[in-house]
Design a protein around this ligand. Structure first.
Ligand SMILES: [Zn+2]
Length: 141
């Protein structure tokens, strides 16, 4: 189970907010920093650190040829990434991921046009968005 173990929100000049979140579970800790402002693109950096046991499996019970699997996982998880927000919206939230064993860093940005599409979509959210609890920012107080 993932638990939020840290949160900090800093207001920067120009109405820009820097939000820090830290999540932890038994095998991994993730930290994320995101920068957002009114009408500005949102930028976020997240870093995931996994324990040795979580990444390689329990000691003494690690599968043979593990280095090949690790190498494949590293090759696969580096490069450009896109994430899906909702099936009705294009997957245009993009980013770059950098992975080495046990560490994964992801830099993401949400474009202004994409943010506007989301805002428009959330005025009449589809069942998926409603079920996920996504609402317009103004209503989410
Ligand atoms: Zn939707």
């Amino acid at each position: 189970m993932q638990k939020m173990t840290g949160f900090n929100c800093t207001r920067l000049p120009g109405g820009v907010y820097l939000v820090f979140q830290r999540f932890a579970d038994e095998g991994a800790i993730s930290r994320s920093w995101s920068l957002s402002g009114r009408g500005a693109p949102k930028l976020s950096l997240s870093v995931l650190v996994q324990t040795r046991d979580e990444y390689y499996g329990p000691p003494g019970n690690r599968p043979p040829g593990l280095w090949k699997r690790v190498l494949r996982a590293v090759a696969k998880s580096n490069g450009r990434t896109t994430s899906y927000y909702c099936p009705d919206l294009p997957p245009s939230r993009s980013g770059i991921a950098l992975a080495v064993p046990r560490y994964l860093a992801t830099l993401r940005w949400d474009g202004r046009r994409w943010n506007q599409k989301v805002t428009e979509h959330l005025k009449r959210p589809c069942p998926t968005c409603t079920a996920a609890g996504w609402r317009q920012a103004e209503d989410a107080t």
